[in-house]
Ligand binder design. Structure first.
Ligand code: TXA
Ligand code: MG
Length: 351
């Protein structure tokens, strides 16, 4: 049985936070909201508890976890060395959706980092996450609170749908502000490299650091390639439905192609849905398919925020095919593109 505690994010009930923190210190698994997605937390200093995270998710042990902290003091208990560029980034982006890869401190069990000498660390900005870590008084290792390979959870209901009975406690703190995972930035390379685009954009990082590289062509990363970020499998965040992604710089062309694909699928009797921007919805209406609006293409943060819940909703409705287009690769467009590519069974590139 998973205990569910409802907590108001604007005014966290400290009695409930204490209960959750005590549970963590007993070695239990506690899911909690962050500003990005829900995390599945374990005491990062407790090897057994950390192992339970992998079992609960069905996650391979080669896929390292992010350690969550609530203070700068804790940072020095997690990492061995904090370079100046990390301090500048921390100053600008913490607490917030930026994860830094730094040399691992010996007090962090190797299991957390899948045996690597590095560790991923971030300070979340969500009041419940911060209060939980503070009360526990230990760093908390937490992947996204979903079954391995599945869409990340942006509500307590999503967490239960994947992990009910497999975890001890869940703090229901409403919906996250960002809605996609943190940006993972590797600071142990010669030049900093974005291993996973996320809540802090490449452009924002470039304002603080002279150079920030993007890791390769994300769509080409698969299990055959060496994995700098071991969790970066090309198929991830996968819905039950078959997601077809139309990638194009030209939104009109992309929408026309979506109409053509939808028409073919409808003719063969499939249940079809379109993940649509506000502005595009009108031209899809004639098709008579399920249209799920995910926000305005003028507000990519909104689209990123609604993406996962829209995909989960369509899965609940037993849709066979989800059609989606890309939203460029600038700003939050890059994180949206990365997640859509990983969720997609088929990617169609057009002019
Ligand atoms: O927003 C987030 O980051 C959420 C919330 C809960 O904080 N967490 C999250 O964790 O997305 P997870 O486990 O789903 O993704 C962690 C990513 C994986 O791609 C993993 O490979 C990478 O971070 N990572 C962790 N430790 C690493 C390391 N030492 N070196 C390289 N990549 C690492
Ligand atoms: Mg994840």
């Amino acid at each position: 049985m998973t205990i569910v505690l409802k907590v108001d994010p604007r005014q966290p009930d400290l009695e409930k936070i204490r209960q959750a923190a005590a549970s963590l210190l007993e070695g239990n698994l506690v899911a909690f909201p962050t500003e990005t997605v829900y995390g599945l937390g374990a005491n990062a200093l407790n090897r057994k508890a950390v192992e339970r995270v992998f079992y609960a998710k069905g996650r391979p042990f080669q896929d390292p976890l992010i350690v969550h902290i609530a203070s700068l003091q804790m940072l020095y208990e997690v990492v061995n060395n904090v370079p100046n560029e990390a301090l500048s980034l921390i100053d600008q982006f913490w607490p917030g959706p930026l994860t830094l890869i730094l040399p691992r401190h010996p007090s962090i069990p190797a299991e957390v980092s899948a045996g690597l000498n590095t560790v991923a660390v971030r300070m979340p900005s969500h009041p419940i996450a911060l209060a939980l870590i503070e009360h526990a008084g230990v760093p908390i290792a937490a992947p996204s609170a979903n079954r391995f390979g599945h869409t990340s959870p942006t509500s307590a209901a999503h967490v239960l749908a994947d992990l009910d009975g497999k975890i001890d406690l869940l703090i229901d703190g409403g919906e996250p502000i960002v809605g996609v995972e943190s940006t993972v930035l590797d600071l142990t390379q010669q030049a900093p490299v974005i291993l996973r685009p996320g809540g802090v954009t490449h452009e924002e990082l470039m304002k603080v650091l002279d150079s920030v590289l993007l890791h390769g062509d994300e769509s080409s990363i698969d299990q055959k390639d060496p994995m700098p970020s071991p969790g970066m499998l090309s198929r991830h965040y996968a819905p039950q439905a078959t997601l077809i992604l139309i990638e194009s710089e030209n939104s009109t062309n992309a929408c026309m192609r979506i109409i053509a694909e939808a028409t073919l699928l409808l003719e063969s009797g499939k249940r079809v849905a379109i993940l649509s921007a506000d502005e595009d919805a009108l031209i899809f209406e004639q098709l008579g398919v399920r249209i799920e609006i995910i926000g305005s293409s003028q507000n990519l943060a909104q689209i990123a925020n609604r993406l996962y819940s829209a995909i989960r909703l369509l899965d609940e409705e037993k849709i066979d095919f989800i059609l989606a287009r890309s939203y460029g690769s600038k700003g939050m467009g890059l994180a949206i593109l990365d997640r859509l590519r990983r969720a997609a069974s088929k990617i169609i590139n057009i002019e």
